[in-house]
Design a binder for this molecule. Sequence first.
Ligand code: HEC
Length: 157
Amino acid sequence: MEHRITWRVVLAMMAGALGVPPAQAQLPDGAGRDETVRLCSQCHRPEVAVSLRQDRLGWAATLRKMTALGAKGTEQEFAAVLDYLATHFPADEVPRINVNTATAIELESGLTLRRSQAAAIIAYRAQHGAFKSVEELKQVPGLDTAKIQAKRDRLAF
Ligand code: HEC
């Protein structure tokens, strides 16, 4: 996470320093966009400002940090920026679990399965090849199919 953020920021800043014309700011339309561009492109490109994905608290902390660094704006403007960022750049979704590549521990913790059930999935996979659907996954002997059904939105194949 830290790495990814740092590199995106560094690259965006380098592009700025090299005089690369700002790719038309990739900021989605919405209430607060104008304020965000105005307040957040004084020191770096607005792309840097939206290089994070975080929840509202995280964005509030970023705004405090930018204010400490010298960002200027009215309270109203900052409130609009916070709404905009929290709406359009929320925290990443929890990644799905790919049942064809997940380790036993990932299956166990990600799907809250018993260890024996995670092991059964791995064994079945080794024997029959990749799962293609939830229905196929439910064929695994000893698996809690109700739980699998309940977690199907967390699964990837
Ligand atoms: C007064 C100058 C200034 C303004 C205005 C400014 N920033 Fe920054 N911003 C910086 C600096 C300097 C960095 C690099 C900070 C670092 O490396 O610790 C930065 C880095 C960032 C980063 C990268 C991650 C991080 O926390 O360092 C984000 C996200 C960010 N700014 C968001 C914003 C947003 C959102 C706004 C508009 C409200 C904004 N910035 C306005 C100076 C500014």
